[in-house]
Design a protein around this ligand. Structure first.
Ligand code: B12
Length: 210
């Protein structure tokens, strides 16, 4: 197991829930920006994933890491979400069919809300038809799709295609740890993001700054 340079990221890898909670509270109290804390949590989660992949951690450890994230998100949420009224327009978001990871998506939702957008969160394992329906219902100029499993790449591609085929002019941002320019091109999306703040940047490009 590697030792991470950051104490918080390391506590995530060690699955030391009490320490993670304590360090997050301490950092928030001392004025560390919430997104900086999220980046350290993400670093720890990436290492947990790597350990799972190499067989050192099992599914139970993956689940435990997810639970720890959920617990600390309660403390982080008020700092990410701000007090927005959702006045800047509608954004539909969801994790595509076949994939149930949602911790990262939920952070994006909080951040978009904090930036003043009205976010319609469809949840996880969302069929392409549901994305299209929601975009129509809310007349959303932007849709965000989250994917963590490479096995769900085809599902992502099909979902982007369904949105584009609806001919509503909706821009699509795809997000997740393995997103890059190539995946974006392959899926026919307009933007990609490997972190939540790039999602907000894309939204500002679509809706204009304020
Ligand atoms: C926690 C976790 C789980 C939890 C999920 C809990 C939950 N409620 O989400 C549980 C235990 C349920 C789980 C299940 C599985 N998992 Co899992 N999981 C992880 C782990 C360790 C962390 C993910 C996480 O929460 N990260 C922290 C958040 C903050 O980061 P993030 O998700 O990347 O999100 C950020 C960005 O990506 C971006 N972002 C994400 N979405 C979006 C969307 C938009 C619009 C935008 C703008 C940005 C954006 O912004 C976020 C914030 O900065 C990852 C490891 C990893 N490297 O990611 C594996 C990982 C994703 N899982 C993996 C696997 C294999 C599985 C399982 C198949 C295991 C199994 N055998 O059952 C199942 C799949 C179930 C399914 N059908 O989806 C693999 C996927 C491998 C691959 N290449 O496909 C990974 C990479 C682990 C590994 N290295 O092997 N998992």
């Amino acid at each position: 197991m590697v030792t991470l340079s950051d104490e918080l990221a390391q506590a995530v890898v060690d699955l030391d829930q009490d320490k993670v909670v304590e360090l997050v509270k301490k950092r928030l109290d001392s004025g560390v920006p919430a997104l900086e804390i999220v980046a350290k949590l993400q670093e720890g989660m990436t290492e947990v994933g790597r350990l799972f992949e190499s067989g050192e951690y099992y599914l139970s450890e993956l689940i435990m890491a997810g639970e720890i994230m959920k617990e600390v998100m309660v403390d982080l949420e008020p700092h990410l979400a701000g007090d927005s009224g959702g006045h800047r327009g509608n954004i539909v978001i969801g994790t595509v069919k076949g994939d149930v990871h949602d911790l990262g998506k939920n952070i994006v939702v909080m951040l978009l809300k904090g930036a003043g957008f009205n976010v319609i969160d469809l949840g996880v394992d969302v069929p392409k038809e549901k994305f299209v329906e929601a975009i129509k219902e809310y007349n959303a100029p932007l849709v965000g799709m989250s994917v963590l499993l490479t096995a769900a790449l085809e599902s992502l591609k099909e979902t982007v295609a369904a949105v584009k085929a609806a001919g509503l002019g909706t821009k699509v941002i795809i997000g997740g740890p393995f997103m890059d320019e190539k995946v974006k091109e392959y899926c026919g999306a307009d933007f990609y993001a490997t972190n939540a703040s790039d999602g907000v940047k894309a939204a500002e490009e679509v809706f204009g700054k304020n």
